[in-house]
Structures are given as C-alpha cells and as structure tokens.
Design a protein around this ligand. Sequence first.
Ligand code: GLU
Length: 510
Amino acid sequence: MSDNTEKTEKIGKPTLPEHVRLRFCPSPTGIPHVGMIHTALYNWAEARHAGGTLIFRMEDTDSKRDTQESLDMIIEALHWMGIDWDEGIGKGPDEMYFQSKRADVYAKVAQQLLDAGYAYESYSTAEEIAARNKAAGRPETFGYDGYDRTLSEEEKEKFRAEGRKPALRLKMPDEDITWNDLVRGEITFKAGSVPDYVIVRPNGEALYTLTNPIDDAITEVNVVLRGEDLLPSTPRQIVLYRYLIELGIAKQTPLFGHLPYVMGEGNKKLSKRDPQSNLFLLRDQGFIREGLLNYLALLGWSFSATEDVFSMEQFTNAFDVRDVKSNPAHFDLKKAIAINAAHIRMLEPEDFLRRSVPYLFKDGAVSADNWDALTDREKTILIQSAPLVQTRVRLLSEVTNMVAPLLSIDEYIAPADDAKKQLKDDSAEVLDKAIAALSTLSDDEWKTDQIHELLSEELVEKAGYKPRNAFGPVRVAMSGHRVSPPLFESMEIIGKTISMARLANLRANL
Ligand code: GLU
C-alpha cells in the first residue's frame, strides 16, 4: 500500500489545495446507476482522505426529466452505501442546494455577465446557423459561428420587433485553453475549437453550463471530479470562471479531474439499461455495501499490487485522485461477486444474519422482514446456521437455498433436478441402512459428531459405500439439493424427528 496519508506531490499532477472542497451534484433523472455512484464514491473518498468537505446538491433544472422518485432513490443509494456529506441537501436551506429553487441567482449573474460584455444576446436560430455554415462551406458540426457577437443595437431592436427572444451566449476568447487534469494530466483545447455557447435559453432558463459553475463558485468548490463525458464542457467552464472571478463571484478556478467511464460487457459504456448498472438491482441480488463499494473503488484505481479486498477506512486512507487511471474501467460481475463474498465472510455473524433476513423473507423462508420480529425458533436455527452458511455464500440472496431446509418443518423435501442425479440404484439400500443406524441414537445423542461417526461406520466402513454414494442420498433427503451446508451439522439443526421423517419419505418416494 502506498503511503498517501500526507499531501504528497505527484509527478506532473497539480498540488491539491490545503482544504479540499468537493461536490457531488447529480441530476435526478432515472435510477441511481453504477457510474453515478462511482463518481460520488471518488468525491467522497477524496474528501475523507484529505479531511476536506463534500457538498451534495441537486442539479434539477430540467423539469421535464427530473423526478422526485429519482431524487429519493439517489438519497437512499447514498445512505445505503454509507456515502455521507458535510454540506448540502438536508444540511442547509433547500434554496442553496436545489438548482430548481435558484433561478433568481442565475438570472442575476447572467445579467452581470451581459452588462460586463462577457456574454451577449444571440438571436440566431438553429436553422439560420446551419444555413450560414452551409453557405460558407463549413461542416455542419462547426456549430455556432459567432454571428451575433457584433450585432448593432438597431439590428437587435429589429429582431425584438419581430418578436424574437435572445439566448445568452458566453464569449470564448481566441486562444488555447489548457488545464492540468488531476487524472489525465495536461489537456489543451485549441483556440477556435469551442464556439460561444448558450448559457441562458431564449425562454430565460439558465443552462447547466451556467448553473453548475455558479454554484461551485458560490460554495467555493476547489476540486471538481466528474465523469469524462463532461470533459468537452470544461474549457467553457474555465472561461466562465475567469469572468466570474472578474465579477467577484468566484474566488478561483477549481482543479478538474475527469474520471474514467465504467464499461460493461464488450467495449460498450455501461448503459443505464444494463441490469448490472442499477445499484438497487445489485442490492437485490445480494451485494452488501462493503463489497460493492470495494469493487466500485477498484474501477479505475488500485489499492495495492497484491491486495484488492479492503475496508472503507483503508480505502479512504489510501485514495488519491491523482492515482486514478484514465483508461476505461470494466465492470466485471464475477470479480464483483468474489469481492462481495470476501466481505460477507468478514461480517460479524449477527450482522450477517440481520442483513440476510430481508432476503429470506422475500423468498418466503422466514415470517418477518427484520430480525427482531422473527420467532424464537427461527432465530435459534439461524444462529446455529450462520457459521455453516456465511462462508459459503457470495451474495445474500444465496442464503435462502442454504437455510430454507434447516428452517423448514416439512417432513419431505422433493429432490430438485440437480439432486436427482445424485440418487443411484443403491440409494434405497443406503437410506434403509442410514435409517436403521440413526434410529439407535437418542434425542440427546443427536449431535453432529455422533451422527457423523455412526453414518461413517455403518455406511462406509461396514457396508463399503464410497462416501459420496453413502452421504449423497442423505444430503438430498435433508435439503432436496446436491449441495448444501455441511450435512451432519445440518442434521443436528434440523433435529431427529424431522431428519428421520425426511429420510423415510425420500426412501418411500424413490
Ligand atoms: N449534473 C451533472 C450530471 O449529472 C454533474 C456535472 C458535474 O459534475 O459537473 O452529469
């Protein structure tokens, strides 16, 4: 593990401010997806690593696409993941952290930009811009041509008289824009490659390109970590910052770090439609927060050359955004599951059981969705089962198959398809011998070791069956499956009466 606990210099990368102020500012459209949470996680980790501040605000300026449901889900996702914040939603006035409530702030700054000559009224329609580009032999992708920069007052008056309303565009200077990206190093956009861009729509709506830097400026954000899809907007924001500094609205231009895409199967960006991009589906599948956070942390960053399972504390101690790799990271479900399994094994047994209960309830294996409301019998059996199960599941959703036969009072469990193959010609004989042997044990003697010894002696040593053939049918009788938690421990938990009944009933059904 590298020692990043101090603010070390990173060759070629900027020095981080003494007190970092970062923000996570999603738009509430759709489900919380893995890419979004990955961004939140890295901002949080950088803030925690450096003892800085994380701000959480909502960029809800698109009333057509924003939903309350999405907002609630994002907050639930952060809570579930244990990503906390220091300033922002719930920790200050909504007028500060919901962009939908800040139209007057943006309008005021837009006016200041206009008055100072940093922005100008633009009356050109998309069709007019396209027609001018065509006439001048420029490609369509050229975009806006700066036409309205030099409109005279009379020309503007004429447009207004026609009933046209202007958009506001920001003036881009005729020079290269360069910054030293925290992830990617130096990036330059050549002079003329970024057209003057719209900051306020003709209907008066301020756009993301304006609202995002204004809020960052007002809350004194000094490190911006966000997805690489936003990289094209960065030169514009850097120019806007210059103007905001001139106007006394911003203190500084933040440092920018553009985080790698999270890729799915093949070479495609993980899309919102991929089931494995949906955080809540992953939770439903039985990921625990520690496992998923650990895995997400590894998408673009590594903890050490030899170790990829770590706690959140180890993660925040070690993380430095300047170590993040710029190449796209692939979401590998198999690896994610393996890491989750490691974290499940590290849980305290009681914690493991408490977290498993909602999954057991959903599958109909227990009577309530939380530990405290379970019956005493359920609690006793689960406590006995925990050591058998916790090391054998990779996802919490796998607990049901393991413990359902232990919880069930059914006297017959029909063999599942995988278990039928385990039943051979001699299975009836094996079961007869097992029943005869086990019936000699008293209730008090019905213990793991005694059951094990007796069955080994009678079926393997005396009758000469291979252990697999001897114990296979017994396992199927107990669990209905070919694979189950350890057999003899399971039989002790199931108890003598039900175990004997299951053996007899499987025998009768062969
Ligand atoms: N609201 C923007 C988004 O969800 C965030 C942009 C940023 O982090 O600068 O993409």
